[in-house]
Design a protein around this ligand. Structure first.
Ligand code: ADP
Length: 264
């Protein structure tokens, strides 16, 4: 989307509109990772993450001391075979699942030191998710799908609607505000889903095969929208993909080998 249009500025929530921040704490020192230029602000730091599941009588060790750091404004591809632990890593980074051990830091907040309510708030305010399936609310329009998470986050409706219009326009969907998901194409739905994921101006975007259901051309267009958004807003993004062409266009590529993150 390099047409000279104004770069997207993430909506800034006014201090009054935000709920009091119970998760503020002292900055945490950098973990010993082999990744990310730590001179820039880190949006995500995963340090020594372990995770095992029980299946029948067996213990499956999926993550065995995984480290991953992502800077603000950085777009990182996670490419690994099925079953390697990509979704597990994403869920842990997104505070949807707890690791067995290790540390998850979003910005300067260590999730393991927070209670459930504070973790939920941290997730709601600082993390956006995009999945392979759009998961838009079918009975609501594209605009409403982007307004709703902002209302939940405490924004006034007029401000939330203005942001939603801005984001949909930025995602090249200025004529789709009032369309319901069933009235949109697959690529359009994913662009709405991306707009929804960043509606609350998160620090970190986690995407699990966001273009996995799309044809190659649409996939490229959706990826263009995603990468332009990340690069113009200072958002950090971790994108699971099997598409090596898209992975090649990201800033960095990582994989999972024997439960650890490796650059490749
Ligand atoms: P990927 O996303 O790379 O395909 P996943 O993170 O989904 O891999 O899963 C990694 C492994 O962990 C798989 O073998 C999967 O069966 C197992 N697994 C994932 N979630 C659970 C769970 N809740 N209970 C048991 N095993 C699980």
């Amino acid at each position: 989307m390099s047409d000279g249009s104004t770069p997207y500025q993430p909506p800034q929530t006014t201090p009054e509109a935000r709920s009091p921040d119970p998760v503020r704490q002292a900055p945490v020192k950098q973990p010993p990772t082999n990744q990310a230029n730590t001179k820039q602000a880190l949006a995500l730091q995963l340090s020594q993450i372990t995770k095992a599941y029980r299946e029948g009588g067996n213990r499956l060790e999926i993550l065995k001391g995984a480290n991953l750091s992502i800077n603000e404004g950085e777009l990182v591809a996670l490419v690994a075979p099925s079953g390697a632990g990509k979704s597990t890593l994403l869920h842990i980074a997104g505070l949807l699942e707890n690791p067995d051990s290790g540390s998850v830091i979003i910005g300067d907040k260590a999730a393991e030191k927070l209670d459930d309510a504070a973790r939920t708030l941290l997730r709601r305010e600082h993390i956006g998710f995009v999945y392979q399936f759009h998961h838009l609310l079918p009975e609501f329009t594209a605009l409403e799908n982007i307004v709703i998470p902002q209302l939940i986050n405490g924004l006034p409706r007029s401000e939330a609607e203005e942001r939603a219009r801005q984001l949909l326009t930025y995602m090249r969907l200025p004529n789709r505000f009032d369309h319901r998901p069933a009235e949109l194409s697959g690529g359009e739905r994913q662009r709405v889903a991306i707009a929804r994921a960043v509606a609350n101006a998160p620090r970190l975007l986690l995407a699990d095969e966001p273009t996995g259901n799309l044809d190659p051309k649409t996939s490229g267009l959706v990826f263009d929208a995603l990468s332009t958004l990340v690069r113009s807003s200072g958002l950090a993004a971790l994108v699971v993909t099997h598409n090596m062409e898209l992975a090649a266009r990201m800033d960095r590529r990582v994989t999972l080998v024997d439960g650890k993150v490796r650059d490749f």
